[in-house]
Design a protein around this ligand. Structure first.
Ligand code: ADP
Length: 524
């Protein structure tokens, strides 16, 4: 058979050739939007390749990208990927010091930023002597001016294309070449870098497209509300063009009103993002009374979903909620609930696709003799699973090639995986473990509870004790007594939280997950 290299430029070439008029839509401010067909997007990306080369970037160099989801951002990805430049995605919600550390590690010379992030970029330019060019991506409907930084040259994306754009041939390199660099969310500790290869992302796309996973087709309109800096936007910037689905990119406009508008104007059928984003959407619809008739399915992942939230989303949106489990280190897909499964529960994240293999072990890494119905630590193996963290010599896998996720899971007789906890989140009280996720699942299922988190508080006698933090839905009355009464019959008495903290809004971490580090600092 032919040695057909599995490189990512193939996706946009395929989309341009077979779905050339299918659109990529970007949401801008003030109701503006931008749109382009895949054929035209590919032409612009090809010319951007020449511009990146003219700025001095070579195959294997990391291009820094600090940007919201947009056509311009996508063009930069493919412009870089086509000639072997590595997309190093950066999360604008991190602190400048964290970002500077990542830019330093990746030796980024060119930084691409969204127009509303030029002030942050200015701080980074001061902190990072490696940066010598900044490229500003404009938002549809508003013109930006190139910022004036000391030392570095700044460009507007359109000017860069007009002045230095030159069509380049794509591909022709090894499929094992690096394609992307992404740091983990850092929910529990310092973020670690993961390098994706062309081959690993290509195969991840094939995993993600399976019918029991994303199952996208050319008839779908996909709202990618997961940021492109969160583990490759869960792979949708590849799988969308891969099947010729329409891509809807919300820019920085992730509020309920903007999402409701774009779902209706663009006929969105499938939407992907963390639960907190969809909570904003249903809150908005409840306030204003709108509907989203085209939406068939919402893919959730990145954190556990309370059952009450899943029920509320399904009822209010008339769409199916598809849970999934993944992590940056898995590119990110680990498992998904099948959209056609007769029973789907919030706690269940479904099965792995072909190409991802799972193993439950004890805390020392020994495989559990019984892989069904017993809780263990989840290990993963596959062509889109990390082998070694960026910049580290030691492998991240054991002698048999298994990567330890640090997640605790149980697999039922049908092979459905439920994530039951995170080893690093466990609370040690009097030498015994309390699992926050079990308490969160019970409280999260109560009507009127919007969001819940359980954290450890230092305790002189027991070492650590659990504290329950809740956000209650507007107008709902949920007493402390009701919260404790729900827990009492279902957890050991010493698991009952010592304190209940009520917040009007949960603090969210950089990728939209509940920020447990903040909660620990404030209430732990
Ligand atoms: P971080 O580990 O810093 O949060 P990631 O964004 O890569 O960075 O998150 C991966 C983690 O998110 C997983 O290890 C797991 O603990 C959690 N997670 C993802 N999906 C789920 C899910 N469906 N249920 C419970 N936890 C989940």
């Amino acid at each position: 058979m032919q040695p057909y290299a599995l490189t990512l430029d193939r996706f946009i070439d395929h989309a341009a050739k077979w779905h050339g008029a299918t659109e990529v839509v970007t949401v801008g401010g003030g109701g503006h939007s931008g749109r382009i067909g895949y054929a035209a997007l590919r032409d612009r990306s090809r010319r951007l390749s020449g511009a990146f080369r003219a700025l001095g970037l070579r195959a294997g160099d990391n291009l820094g990208l600090l940007a919201w989801n947009s056509q311009a951002h996508l063009e930069c990805w493919y412009g870089a990927l086509g000639v072997g430049i590595v997309c190093h995605t950066l999360n604008p919600r991190l602190s400048p010091a964290h970002l500077a550390g990542m830019i330093h590690q990746a030796a980024n010379r060119v930084l691409v930023v969204s127009a509303d992030l030029t002030a942050l970029a200015g701080t980074l330019v001061q902190l990072c002597p490696t940066i010598d060019h900044v490229v500003v991506l404009e938002e549809p409907g508003s013109a930006a001016v190139p910022p004036d930084y000391d030392r570095v040259t700044s460009w507007l994306h359109e000017d860069l294309l007009a002045r230095l754009g030159a069509e380049m041939a794509w591909g022709g390199f090894d499929e094992n070449a690096p394609a992307g660099l992404c740091f983990t969310s850092g929910t529990t500790g310092a973020p670690k870098g993961v390098t994706y290869t062309h081959r690993s992302n290509y195969l991840h796309t094939v995993h993600q497209l399976q019918a029991d996973a994303s199952g996208l087709t050319a008839r779908d309109s996909v709202l990618v509300a997961v940021p492109m800096f969160h583990a490759n936007g869960w792979g949708f910037p590849f799988s969308g063009p891969g099947v010729g689905a329409k891509l809807v990119l919300p820019g920085r406009h992730q509020d309920g009103a903007s999402l409701a508008r774009v779902i209706n104007t663009e006929g969105v059928t499938v939407a992907a993002g963390v639960a907190t984003v969809w909570l904003g959407l249903v809150d908005h619809l409840d306030r204003t009374g709108g509907e989203t008739p085209t939406l068939r399915r919402i893919m959730l992942g990145g954190a556990a979903v309370p059952q009450a939230l899943m029920d509320r989303l399904e009822r209010r949106l008339g769409a199916l909620v598809q849970t999934s489990w993944g992590m940056t280190e898995l590119s990110p897909l680990g498992t998904t609930a099948s959209p056609t499964a007769p029973v789907r529960r919030a706690a269940q994240s479904g099965r792995p696709p072909l190409g991802v293999d799972l193993l439950l072990t004890d805390a020392d890494g020994a495989p559990l003799p019984e892989q069904r119905g017993q809780a263990g630590r989840l290990r993963v193996r596959g062509a889109s699973v990390v082998e070694r963290y960026f910049g580290q010599d030691a492998p991240a896998v054991d002698a048999d090639g298994w990567f330890d996720t640090g997640d605790l899971a149980i697999i039922d007789a049908d092979g459905n995986v439920s994530i039951t906890g995170r080893a690093k989140d466990l609370i040690k009280s009097g030498g015994e473990w309390i699992n926050p996720m079990e308490i969160e699942a019970i409280v999260g299922a109560l009507p009127g509870v919007a969001q819940v988190a359980v954290i450890a508080r230092a305790d002189a006698k027991w070492g650590e004790r659990p504290v329950l933090v809740v956000e209650v839905c507007q107008d709902a009355k949920v007493t402390d007594q009701a919260l404790l009464d729900a827990l009492r019959p279902r957890v050991p008495s010493w698991w009952l939280p010592d304190a209940i903290v009520r917040l009007a809004g949960m603090p969210l971490a950089a990728t939209g997950k509940i920020d447990k580090a903040r909660l620990r600092a404030d209430h732990g």
